[in-house]
Design a protein around this ligand. Structure first.
Ligand code: PLP
Ligand code: ZN
Length: 422
């Protein structure tokens, strides 16, 4: 186990992490002081942020900015967070998806469209929280191992914040995702290997080098809290109500577990009514270790070697996989997977029914939504939210042989008529 490597300032400033009080072990409950730590010193379990929340009202939140900082009282960030340059992500559209709902036979369906974040994926949310931690801990380098979108978000946020960035990706990553990082940083490093190899390398560097904040490694507890804002927003946008069912993509599993944490916090804070809800996880068949464990009814994840077009979900050894199983089992949900062809079909389906162009991760999620209906695992009479986490322009290759010009015609009315287009 590596030592903590972002050198904490001698004294953290007051309120550096807002109302967070400690880092708490998910496995044994042991608590340690806030800092650049991510593994329990007692049992090596993952650390999570513990809070002492103040009273928070709907009116206070609603009076806040139209980005994730409207929920800053519930995040490990200082109360003056809006003063520091950041990407101001969040408060993305919650779209009533009547056409897709009709197509799938779901009465009451919503798409939470996170593709409109500043770098076009939900990762801007988590990176904004990690950036705040990196700043408060006085990190010199802002870094990440990434399946693509995270590198885009880190590179952009670092540029805006004026902090040096280094982002590591698998060398076989889609070209648009490479350009979308390299445009913001000189330090895009392609590693010969898959994400799990890149992640291992990052942990090694974090253990050796001082002053590096790896957003999803040594400041992961702070990073992960950013995903809660998806849950808060969905509830607020539904009129301070929880949905009955929600379908969420699973890579490391962090996002899914944090949306659930957000719902639980809203209930505890009295901001929504306590009611049952079911959480469903979505994976691609070519990288489905969590789905496989769910279906086998076991509580351990067997790592796999990813082979899927859903590269942003291609984590073969997901850090939060076992906690995804906990959430889906506890809430009466499920984890499902779909083939790459079903992913492509679902990308086209979402675009043609709702005008939303998603990447392969969203294709996976919408594909799983469809499969859950077909297999009777989802109750089509209940209010359902599906999360679109990324943008289709980053994975054009996935569907470029499915869609294109229907006809190429001469610029004349006769040619138009001859082509029998309508
Ligand atoms: C990273 C990512 C996810 C999943 O994130 P985890 O929190 O690691 O499960 C989902 N969708 C997209 C587009 C992503 O980039
Ligand atoms: Zn522990």
């Amino acid at each position: 186990m590596s030592a903590a490597t972002v050198e904490a300032k001698k004294t953290l400033r007051d309120g550096a992490f807002g109302h967070a009080t400690a880092l708490s072990c998910r496995e044994c409950g042991h608590q340690i002081e806030l800092g650049p730590h991510y593994a329990c010193p007692e049992c090596f379990g993952p650390l999570e942020i513990a809070y002492d929340f103040p009273e928070v009202t709907k009116a206070e939140i609603e009076a806040g900015p139209r980005n994730i900082w409207r929920y800053k009282a519930l995040l490990p960030v200082p109360s003056d967070i809006e003063q520091s340059p950041n990407m101001e992500p969040g408060f993305t559209r919650l779209l009533k998806a009547n056409n897709l709902g009709r197509e799938l036979g779901i009465d009451n369906l919503w798409v939470k469209d996170d593709s409109t974040n500043p770098t076009n994926s939900f990762k801007d949310r988590v990176v904004a929280c990690a950036l705040s931690a990196a700043r408060e801990l006085d990190a010199k380098v802002f870094a990440c191992p990434s399946t693509g979108n995270l590198a885009n978000a880190v590179a952009a946020a670092g540029a805006r914040a004026g902090i040096k960035t280094v982002v590591f990706i698998p060398s076989n990553l889609e070209q648009p995702k490479q350009v979308n990082s390299a445009i913001y940083t000189e330090n895009l490093i392609a590693v010969e290997g898959n994400y799990d190899d890149v992640n291992k390398l990052a942990s090694e560097i974090a253990g050796e080098e001082d002053g590096w904040a790896f957003v999803n490694v040594n400041v992961r507890p702070y990073y992960a809290e950013g995903s809660k804002t998806l849950g808060y927003e969905i509830a607020e946008q539904l009129g301070w109500r929880l949905p009955d069912q929600i379908v969420i993509p699973v890579a490391s599993g962090s996002q899914l577990t944090k949306v659930d944490k957000a719902f639980q916090e809203l209930i505890k804070l009295g901001l929504v009514e306590d009611k049952p809800y079911r959480v469903f996880g979505a994976q691609a068949e070519g990288c489905s270790p969590v789905s496989a464990a769910f279906k086998a009814g076991v509580d351990a994840i067997r790592p796999v070697k990813p082979d899927t077009i859903a590269k942003s979900l291609a984590i073969g050894n997901p850090a939060d996989g076992i906690y995804v199983l906990d959430v889906c089992n506890r809430t009466g949900g499920a984890v499902e997977d779909v083939t790459d062809d079903q992913v492509r079909d679902a990308i086209v389906l979402l675009a043609r029914t709702e005008g939303v162009f998603t990447e392969t991760a969203g294709g996976t999620t919408v594909g799983v939504l469809k499969k859950l209906v077909e297999t009777g695992q989802l109750d089509t009479s209940l209010e359902t939210v599906v999360i679109n986490t990324g943008h289709g322009l980053k994975t054009l290759d996935a569907i470029s042989d499915r869609v294109g010009a229907r006809a190429t015609i001469a610029p004349s009315y006769d040619a138009f008529v001859a082509a029998k287009i309508i």
